[in-house]
Design a protein around this ligand. Structure first.
Ligand code: GLN
Length: 197
């Protein structure tokens, strides 16, 4: 049995927990860095990346989050969470965690369109995934080991690099749990690989 955490400093935490539970796994809100030891995978939710970064520093989470990544445990960044994972952010000299080989641009779907919904074709997941975008970033550049899983209007909005999954939108805000289920599979695979045979 696996356990998946949701970083609970700010943002859409409860919805992610419900989506994970709908996928049949145990889900916990992570409020203290020590709790990271208890989970096999972690979701970094949407919200506001600069606020979340401030709280990561305030509660001394940064080293523990980087260690979590180094241990090979899967991490799923949604919207602001994707910005936290990215190695490069357009207009910023430093990344946050800087673990996923992508360059992201914040609020990149135009100010006049604050939020919108779109049906996406997602590789290996769905032909019609309902995606909710809220002041969303997109991936402007992806490294050679990054697999592009979905695009909207020619822009990369979902990608995977090994243990890291990142999307521009909010997969937790609808009743469609297929993308959460995809991440749950990543967590199960990573855990099985670690187990001695
Ligand atoms: N819904 C979201 O997570 C928005 C992300 C936000 N615009 C940021 O840059 O952090």
């Amino acid at each position: 049995m696996i356990k998946v955490g949701v970083l609970a400093l700010q943002g859409a935490v409860r919805e992610h927990i419900q989506s994970l539970e709908a996928c049949g796994v145990e889900a916990v809100a992570i409020k203290h860095k020590e709790e990271l030891k208890d989970v096999d995978g972690l979701i970094l939710p949407g919200g506001e990346s600069t606020t979340m970064r401030r709280l990561i520093d305030k509660y001394d989470f940064m080293d523990s989050l980087k260690e979590f990544a180094l241990e090979g445990k899967p991490m799923f960044g949604t919207c602001a969470g994707l910005i936290l994972l990215a190695k490069n952010i357009v207009g910023y000299s430093e990344p946050h965690l800087g673990v996923m080989d992508v360059t992201v641009e914040r609020n990149s779907f135009g100010r006049q369109v604050d939020s919108f919904e779109a049906d996406l074709s997602v590789k290996d997941v769905a032909g019609d995934f309902p995606a909710v975008f809220i002041r969303a970033p997109h991936i402007v550049e992806a490294g050679e080991n990054v697999e592009i899983l979905s695009k909207h209007d020619g822009r990369i909005v979902l990608a995977r690099e090994g243990q890291f999954l990142g999307c521009s939108f909010h997969p937790e805000l609808t009743d469609d749990h297929r993308l959460t289920a995809y991440f749950v599979e990543m967590v199960k695979e990573a855990k099985n690989q670690k187990q001695p045979v």
